[in-house]
Design a protein around this ligand. Sequence first.
Ligand code: GLN
Length: 390
Amino acid sequence: MTTTSIHANRIFAGQPTTVFETMSRLAREHDAVNLGQGFPDDPGPLDVRQRAAEAVVGGWNQYPPMLGLPELREAVASHYAHHQGIGLDPEREVLITSGATEAIAAALLALIEPGDEVVLFQPMYDAYLPLVRRAGGVPRFVTLQPPDWRLTEAALVAAFSTKTRVVLFNDPLNPTATMFPPEDLALLARFVVASDAIVISDEVWEHVVFDGQAHTSLLALPELRERTVKIGSAGKIFSLTGWKVGFACASPPLREVVAKAHQFLTFTTPPNLQSAVAYGLGKPDGYFHDMRTGFARSRDRLADGLRSLGYPVLPSAATYFLNVDLAPLGITDDVAFCQRLVTEHGVAAIPVSAFYAEDAVTTVVRFCFAKHDETLDRALGRLAGVPLGR
Ligand code: GLN
C-alpha cells in the first residue's frame, strides 16, 4: 500500500485512534467481553426514549435555536436548582451542545488565546490535550497518584503561573473513579482565584456517584460562581451515551463567549433528543436513586469477583469504572497487559497510562462495570484464566 503524504494539522494528524475505539475494535475482532469503552448494557429509560421517538415522528425536525430549545434550557436550570442548589438563568446561563465533548471544545476554543497556559490534571480524558493544544494553549500538568488521586498544594504551586488562564478540571474523575473531597476543591478554588483564571469543569459523572455521597459542582462554590463553565451530559445522566446532548452552564459573559464558538462548531443539537432530555431531567428523585443503586450493585459484583481472583481493586466512588492496580502483582506494563487480556483471554479493558501525556502511571487498568450481571460474570469467568503470578 502506498501512503500519500497530505498537508494536515500536526496536532490531530499525530494522534493515534482513541484508546476507546481501538479497544472496542479489538473486542469485536477477538469476540471479547467489552469492559473497555464506558457504555452501559442497559438500553436506558424507556419513557425518555419514547419521548424522543415521538418527537422525531410528530415534532420539529428543522434547526432548533442555536442556544438550545428553551424547554431544555429551563429543564437544565430547574434540574440543577433541585439537585445541586445552583440558581441558573435559563436565558443567559445555559447552552445546549452536541455532547459534553463539544461543550469542552467550544469552551477551550472560546477562552484560550495562543500562548495561554492551561492547567490539566493527569490522568485526563483523552480529548482534553489535543483540544487544548489546537486552541493554542500551553499545557501545565498536575499529576495525580494512586490510590487516592488527591490534589496537593505543592503540585498546584508547580503548575499554576502568572500565565494561567484556564483550568480544565474533571470531577468525578474518569478514569480514577474518585471524587475530590471538599478540601481539594477549596484548595483548587484558591489557586484559580489567585491566578484570575477560568475553570472548565467537566462534571459529566455528577449523577453517577455511589454510597450516599453527593457531588459538589464548582459552580456551587461562591468564589468560583463567575469563573466556572460547568459541563454536563444527558448521555451520562440517562445512560444514553450515543445521544450526545450536553450542557454548558456559566455566568452570562462566559456563556456568551462559549456560545460564540458553539455556533461555528455544531450550531445546534437534534431537537427531538433535546426535548426528550428536557422531559427526562424532570424525572422524580427515585429514578436517579435507582440508577445509582443499580450501578453500585454492578460495581460491587465486579469488584468482589476481581478481588477473589487476586486483583488489587482500587475504590470506586463514582463513574461507570473501577480500577485495579497491578503493581503489587509485579505487572508494570498496563498496555501489554490489556493487549494480552483482549487477544488471549477475551476481555477488553483500558490501560490507564493512555490518560497521561507524561510521567504515566503504568500499572493501573480500568474496567467498566455498567453491564448486566451475565456480562460481568462472563468477563470474570475469562479473567479466572489469566495467570497473575510474578
Ligand atoms: N467516556 C467514555 C469512556 O471513558 C469513552 C467515550 C469515547 O469512546 N469517546 O470510556
